[in-house]
Design a protein around this ligand. Structure first.
Ligand SMILES: [Fe+2]
Ligand SMILES: [Fe+2]
Length: 274
């Protein structure tokens, strides 16, 4: 069981953002903007799934997981709020969020189903965010040159994603969720997550007017497939999830705690939300 601290991020999210806030790079900016657009809706779904999963546990197990689930909810609720403020700037810049309404529609299909389904979907998404977070924390220098307050926002979110990566998986297991369904949903979510990320990134580039520029796709190739590229470095940890004996803790590292320890001026710890 992990102890999860909820932290209030101390950054300015009111001053307008430069259009290409990620080191003047349209592709990387569009990619991170796309991810952020999915967070308020996605993270609300994760909160609801884990909360409903906890309620469905026998009372002795509820006691065991209650504090961790509260911490998880508090962290995800803070992420939603912060990314909601960030996303308002994107809207003002003329970007159009098509991902969130599509995700909301898909989520409605799960209404009334066994809570294990939503939890397996959450655990799969949390694996994605955890490996992405680990990659960003390891390659944080790749965010040098980005708007400093936004570099802090992304690395704070990454540190907490890495910190709470066990929660949905553990509640799913405690509820008796099977390996078979865990993998079924993981394969489906892999397809949906990659397709949605690509669609929204292209959509952002289109509205930005940089979709057909050579530098955009040159940057994409390096960012995704270069020596330290996202696809290249996350494929193995992605595949690990398929193993029957997989647990998110097997991929633990100290990058998250190290970032949190050396950036204490960026946040204030607050009490976990219920
Ligand atoms: Fe989050
Ligand atoms: Fe998360």
């Amino acid at each position: 069981m992990s102890e999860l601290v909820v932290r209030r991020l101390l950054i300015d999210l009111e001053t307008p953002l430069p259009r290409h806030w990620c080191a003047g790079d349209p592709f990387r900016t569009a990619f991170f903007n796309a991810l952020s657009m999915s967070f308020p809706v996605g993270e609300q779904f994760f909160i609801d799934s884990v909360r409903n999963g906890l309620k469905a546990l026998p009372s002795e197990l509820q006691d065991q997981y209650k504090a961790e689930v509260q911490g998880f909810i508090g962290q995800e609720a803070t992420h939603r709020r912060v990314h909601g403020l960030f996303n308002k700037h994107l809207e003002k810049q003329g970007l159009v969020n098509d991902w969130a309404p599509r995700a909301e529609k898909n989520m409605q299909l799960l209404a009334g189903t066994n809570p294990r389904h939503a939890l397996a979907i959450t655990a799969a998404n949390e694996h994605f965010t955890a490996i992405l977070a680990e990659w960003m924390l390891r390659n944080h220098d790749m965010l040098d040159g980005c708007e400093p307050r936004l570099k802090t926002m992304w690395l704070w979110h990454c540190a907490e994603e890495s910190e709470h990566k066990n929660t949905a998986f553990d509640v799913y297991t405690a509820l008796g969720g099977s390996h078979e369904w865990r993998i079924k949903w993981f394969r489906r979510i892999t397809f949906v997550f990659l397709a949605d990320t690509l669609r929204q990134t292209v959509n952002n580039l289109y509205h930005d007017g940089t979709l057909w520029q050579w530098r955009t796709w040159k940057s994409a190739a390096g960012f995704l497939f270069g020596q330290r590229g996202l696809v290249r470095q996350t494929f193995k940890p992605w595949r690990d999830y398929l193993r029957i004996d997989f647990h998110p803790n097997q991929q633990a590292s100290d990058l998250s705690s190290r970032w949190l320890a050396s950036n204490t001026s960026a946040y204030t710890p607050v009490a976990a939300a219920a």
